[in-house]
Ligand binder design. Sequence first.
Ligand code: COA
Length: 336
Amino acid sequence: MKKTMITGTGRYLPPRIVTNNDLTKWMDTSSEWIQKRTGIEQRHWVEEEGGTGPADLGLEASLIAMKRAGWTAGDIDLIIFATLSPDVNFPGSGCLLQYKLGLESTPALDIRQQCTGFLYGLSTADAFIRSGLYNKILLVGAEVHSTGLDITTRGRDVTVIFGDGAAAVCIEGIESDEQVGVLASSLHAQGEFAKSLWLEAPASMLNPRISEKILDEGRHYPEMDGKLIFKMALKKLPEVTIEVLEKAGLNLDDIDLFIPHQANMRINQFYQKTMNIPKGKVFHNIQRYGNTTAATIPLAMDEALEMKLIGKGSTLLFLGLGAGVTWGAVIYRFAG
Ligand code: COA
């Protein structure tokens, strides 16, 4: 039977590093506040002059992943691109990446599930592979947040959290009798809380979609009810962990590394304590990158592989919660 296997990973961060102290030049904040409340010490942002989109960052990450998987662009059957900060409103960033890869007719699909974009993308890739429709899928999570943030005191609660970056994985259907690959997925959404974390304008439900008034009111910047999202994460992440473990027929102890979305170090520390998981089994890299939304989980996996925290035979549990509100978890096992 075909198993959905990750055969290559890659990450790319734009070279410009913005420290917490750098942010204090533009807004009333402090490095201590940011570090204490979120765990973040620095993030990467694209150059201020613009001209770099998620498809550009995604291309760099994809080239690394493809090299490691031994793929050329022509091997790709489908591109899945997860982002909440698409290069342009339409077409999707997947199409832009497809062209940058030199491809002419390979299908490209964008996933707009924000912080759970990688989880939704991996589950989608798994379904396509198991259905037999596609066998080699390039899944990319990439964001350029920095050009859309309110870099003043008004936007400080949101702005200090986000970083730019990309990560990509090559996913292949491989025949195996072993219990490997994507073992189980659990995905959820609760649109009731859509406004708890959203970016409203430009919006087709507004006429005009954008105006001086909207700009003055800052409705073209992301808005977040941080406390609500925080509380939901503390509740839903343990719940979805139990659910996905049950689906896979596994226990907490069977997981070698938990790779949570990197939204706030405190959320992930709380999760680790609530679930009674040994500290070293929950991966953190928010200190260096901030929240890179759809890129966080594959970026963390790529680093964990490089750090040799995981490898042949390792079982991983990816999980996250974010805008939508959406949340989910996927269990993945590398071949031994
Ligand atoms: N620097 C300094 N002070 C700040 C600040 C900043 N960057 N941002 C907010 N503050 C201030 C607030 O104005 C408030 O001041 P007040 O008490 O005088 O009104 C105070 O700090 C506390 O703000 P609050 O929003 O209650 O802080 P918090 O402890 O909830 O932390 C978040 C804010 C955003 C860090 C936290 O809510 C969070 O991480 N939420 C979840 C985010 C998430 O998971 N998002 C989903 C994925 S994107």
